[in-house]
Design a protein around this ligand. Structure first.
Ligand code: DSN
Length: 410
């Protein structure tokens, strides 16, 4: 351990003794979490280990400040330090990803996706519909104008990857608000290869005519071609929204480049900061300038006051990800996943899509006569923390499942 890390660790231990004086159970659970993390092998694809600087940035006085609004335009006095924090975080996010605009207030991935959806709806509606209503922006609308817009929202369609084959709840799943706000249609994967079939996706999109095409996943072990996704979106007049929560670290670390980098192709991108990106728990949105003013309305439209201490930790994590060491880390994540997949295949394990080229491997444990839940428990007993996960068209349903998802970011 470096001198800095060792000092930081001692400071943390001292902080825990301060907590202990008030509520020892919390201090103990926190110490035990560290002990458990050190004693086990964490292979949950959506988790990671944030650095001490990131962790320590979250435990500061910035937590005490309310700061609704945007930089320089707050609804509370005394936000000068939060303005610095948010400006630095957005600057790092823009530079790290080469994005035109960044918004770092979302508290989580779902919040970030909701901000993105509302921003897209507002933007798409504002251009033609506001002009028709003789208004410049949504604040000029009367209640009856809103009623007209709400009716038109009902016609909005979203098309995202099915949860069944690795999509996320927020991509139109019927029990998530995204499946209620929108008319939705999911795209699946090819039944033989288990890969995205872009030709079929195009044909389905032509028929369904989504307003928003969502790309991204939480349990698909392959890369996505975002140039193709953008072509499909353009062909049907959709906005391309990419949820890169799982692979943001691979984008930041330049493992995903060219057509696998979503930023040059998507209109709006949302992400978490705590998965492969290795930051604090939270979310952010990137967008083209065209969508910027709509995304800026995330608070108060969807979000409460920003968590200033977490925005500060996001800034620190983005700064870490801009260092050359992060690219080395991101390459290792992808290399390790590939090596793990090859080892499993050699031992006769069935893998969804036959392998991986990102940060996760999805094992189909049905051939061992196990459910995903049994495999997850057996692995946990051996000190390996994973999560059970559905495989495409899983016969055991979402609770027991037939799969285990293993990820290499941590
Ligand atoms: N819970 C995350 C995951 O495990 O993939 C997605 O929100």
């Amino acid at each position: 351990m470096s001198d800095l890390a060792s000092t930081a660790s001692q400071i943390y231990q001292s902080a825990l003794s301060v907590i202990e004086a008030i509520e020892p159970r919390i201090a103990n659970a926190t110490r035990q979490e560290l002990a458990d993390q050190r004693a086990s092998l964490k292979l949950i694809a959506s988790e990671n280990y944030a650095s001490l600087p990131v962790l320590m940035t979250m435990g500061t006085w910035l937590s005490d400040k309310y700061a609704e609004g945007t930089v320089g335009h707050r609804f509370y006095a005394g936000c000068q330090n939060v303005d610095v924090v948010e400006s630095v975080a957005t600057e790092h996010a823009r530079e790290l990803f080469g994005a035109e605009y960044a918004y770092v207030q979302p508290h989580s991935g779902i919040d970030a996706n909701l901000v993105a959806y509302w921003a897209i709806l507002q933007h798409r509606i504002e251009s033609p519909a506001l002009a028709a209503l003789g208004a410049k922006n949504v604040n000029d609308l009367s209640e009856s104008d809103w009623e007209t817009l709400r009716r038109s929202f009902n016609e909005q369609r979203v098309m995202g990857m099915s949860l069944d084959v690795g999509g996320h709840l927020t991509h139109g799943f019927r029990h998530n608000i995204s499946g209620k706000m929108f008319h939705q249609k999911s795209y699946g994967t090819d039944p033989q290869t288990q890969l995205i079939d872009y030709d079929k996706l195009l044909a389905d999109a032509r028929e369904f005519k989504p307003l928003i095409l969502v790309a991204g996943y939480s349990a698909y072990p392959r890369r996505v071609n975002f140039a193709k996704m953008r072509e499909i979106a353009d062909e049907v007049g959709a906005t391309l929204f990419v949820d890169m929560a799982h692979f943001a670290g691979l984008v930041a670390g330049k493992v995903f480049t060219g057509e696998e980098d979503p930023i040059p192709y998507a209109h709006v991108v949302a992400s978490t900061t705590h998965k492969s990106l290795r930051g604090p728990r939270g979310g952010f949105v990137l967008a083209t300038q065209e969508y910027a003013s709509s995304v800026d309305r995330g608070c108060p439209m969807v979000l409460g006051g920003p968590l200033s201490h977490v925005m500060a930790a996001k800034a620190v994590a983005f700064a870490e990800a801009r260092r050359p060491e992060f690219a080395t880390y991101a390459s290792a994540v992808a290399d390790n996943a590939k090596t793990l997949a090859e080892g499993l295949l050699r031992r006769g394990v069935q893998l969804v899509t036959g392998g991986t080229d990102n940060h996760l491997v999805l094992l189909d444990v049905g051939s061992f006569g196990l459910t995903g839940r049994q495999a997850e428990s057996a692995l946990l007993d051996s000190g390996i923390v994973t999560n059970r996960n559905s495989v495409p068209h899983d016969p055991n349903g979402a609770w027991y499942t037939t799969g285990v998802r293993i990820g290499t970011p941590p």
